[in-house]
Design a protein around this ligand. Structure first.
Ligand code: AMP
Length: 499
């Protein structure tokens, strides 16, 4: 199918050609004709499916008739995050090169007055986050009675972020005759309720079951002890194992405080890394994102809220540093890779405490994700074994510490310090259950055999090798993103080991 058959205007078609698109994606082919017919649309599509253009392209066509009046925007697009709002604006700029339309972005973190001036000049397309939109409306600076088309994008994310009451308030301020385009990746009952209440006989366009994960994404699980330090070591190893196949990657954490901790840890280990989370100011987030898009940063550590819907077309890897609590988040996270038909890789670090969350994910996506290396079950039943060394930690102290502390154990698979040029145990393997099954995995021997007896050799326990530090000040740099003390402590001791 080509774009020509969908009913889009010539101006839009020539912008599509300039963007290099030859074929509409399924959500575009499904939704665009309905939007042009002025039908309400319920679009069920994951991020990365071309969903944004599925409403931007027909809106541009429809907006060619009529013009904007001061303080009365003609169309309104609601987005849950500032980044998504900015991305929709970029889409309007890209596909609207042949149009003279006024856009305004109403998002938090930027000057209220600048936004106000724009509204005064008349706006064709208003792109907003719910809170900032209501602020403007309540100050009487914005009249919503002229809205012809309302887009509610990423509705399930709006729900997660507690925006549903705001959305309901906004809908009540709009003329009932408007056209509503509603997009969500998943359809929880609260979202269905919103659809029933505010959409009129919508055309339903579903491009993939909302719980499905792309077939072209290779998914795997990687066991770790329930210890941030151990998890960070596994993460580093996964990154290094990926080698040249990793062109860039997003690393997801459940908590924003961990975003900072993980980023600093990777930075200390010499990786090219940035971070993005909800508490950063707008400018920092945009700069970070821009650097990642341009390839100046190879890794981006992110929280779910900050990363939702980021338009980064070619992410080769997604690492789940944490198993997400909500199974839908897993679908969203791994949807960042394997976009537009490319192959992608999604690896998740799983600890014994994640069993329930993992079950929920596998139930939702209706498939079992394979373990790469030992599973958490094997880890619990296996004899205590020193872990593979920290490949990215050249220091002997780190190796000693790793051999002493980690009880992680792997079965077969790609893990293991035996493959690491730098890591590994200080002593060569002798024998043992693990090494006998796989000679190349020599580092995995029973700890009893390998543990030196204190005082009988030159062995010095790792804690004695750590530099003595004065007591930390009341607030340390490791705490500045709200990291909990446990993890911040861990990150400090990591400092001591690797630097
Ligand atoms: P979205 O789902 O809107 O975030 O879009 C995902 C990515 O697909 C973006 O980088 C778009 O620029 C790109 N894209 C959108 N439509 C098409 C198309 N018809 N052909 C190729 N790429 C597209």
């Amino acid at each position: 199918m080509s774009f020509d058959t969908l009913g889009l205007s010539d101006k839009v078609l020539s912008a599509i050609q300039a963007a290099g698109y030859t074929q509409p994606t399924p959500i575009q082919a499904g939704a665009i004709p309905y939007v042009l017919e002025r039908r309400d649309v319920l679009g069920l599509a994951q991020t990365g499916t071309g969903k944004t253009a599925s409403f931007v392209l027909p809106m541009l066509t429809l907006l060619e008739k009529g013009r904007a009046r001061a303080r009365m925007p003609r169309t309104l697009i609601l987005e849950p995050t500032r980044e998504l709002a900015a991305q929709v604006e970029e889409n309007f700029t890209r596909y609207g090169v042949n149009h003279k339309l006024n856009l305004a972005l109403l998002i938090g973190g930027v000057s209220f007055e600048d936004q106000n001036r724009k509204l005064g000049r008349g706006v064709d397309v208003l792109i907003a986050t719910p809170g900032r939109l209501l602020d403007h409306s309540e100050r009487g600076k914005l009249l919503l009675q002229g809205i012809e088309i309302l887009v509610i994008d990423e509705a399930d994310r709006m729900l997660d972020m507690g925006f549903i009451p705001d959305i309901e308030r906004i809908c009540k301020l709009l003329p009932p005759t408007r056209q509503t385009l509603f997009f969500s990746a998943t359809m929880p009952k609260e979202i269905q309720h919103l659809v029933d209440k505010f959409l009129s006989n919508p055309a339903r366009v579903e491009v993939a079951p909302p719980s499905s994960t792309a077939e072209n994404v290779a998914q795997s699980l990687h066991a770790s002890r329930d210890d941030p330090k151990d998890k960070r070591a596994v993460l580093r190893e996964l990154i290094e194992q990926a080698g040249d196949e990793l062109t860039n990657a997003i690393i997801f954490c459940n908590r924003k405080r961990d975003v900072g901790v993980v980023m600093r840890s990777l930075e200390r280990h010499g990786f090219s890394v940035g971070a993005i989370h909800g508490d950063m100011d707008q400018r920092t987030r945009m700069t970070m994102l821009d650097n990642f898009r341009k390839g100046n940063l190879k890794l981006l550590v992110a929280s779910d809220v900050a990363a939702r819907g980021l338009d980064i077309p070619a992410v080769s890897h997604v690492f789940n540093y944490d198993v997400p609590h909500s199974p839908e988040d897993y679908v969203h996270r791994i949807g960042r890779t394997g976009r537009a038909g490319r192959a992608g890789t999604a690896k998740m670090i799983v600890t014994p405490g994640d069993r329930k969350a993992l079950d929920n994910i596998e139930k939702l996506i209706k498939k079992t994700i394979e373990w790469d290396g030992g599973s958490i079950d094997e880890m619990e039943t296996a004899p205590r074994a020193p872990s593979r060394g920290r490949r990215s930690s050249p220091s002997k102290k780190a190796d000693a510490d790793s051999a002493q502390k980690s009880t992680r154990s792997r079965g077969s698979g790609s893990g293991g310090s035996a493959t690491s040029p730098k890591g590994g145990d200080p002593t060569p393997p002798k024998s043992g259950p693990s090494s006998s099954s796989s000679p190349s995995k020599g580092s995995r021997r029973s700890s009893k055999e390998s543990e030196p007896v204190f005082g009988e050799s030159e062995f010095v326990p790792a804690f004695l090798l750590r530099p003595v530090r004065p007591s930390p000040p009341a607030t340390s740099p490791s705490d500045d993103d709200g990291g909990d003390n446990g993890d911040a402590e861990n990150s400090r001791s990591d400092d001591a080991l690797v630097e």
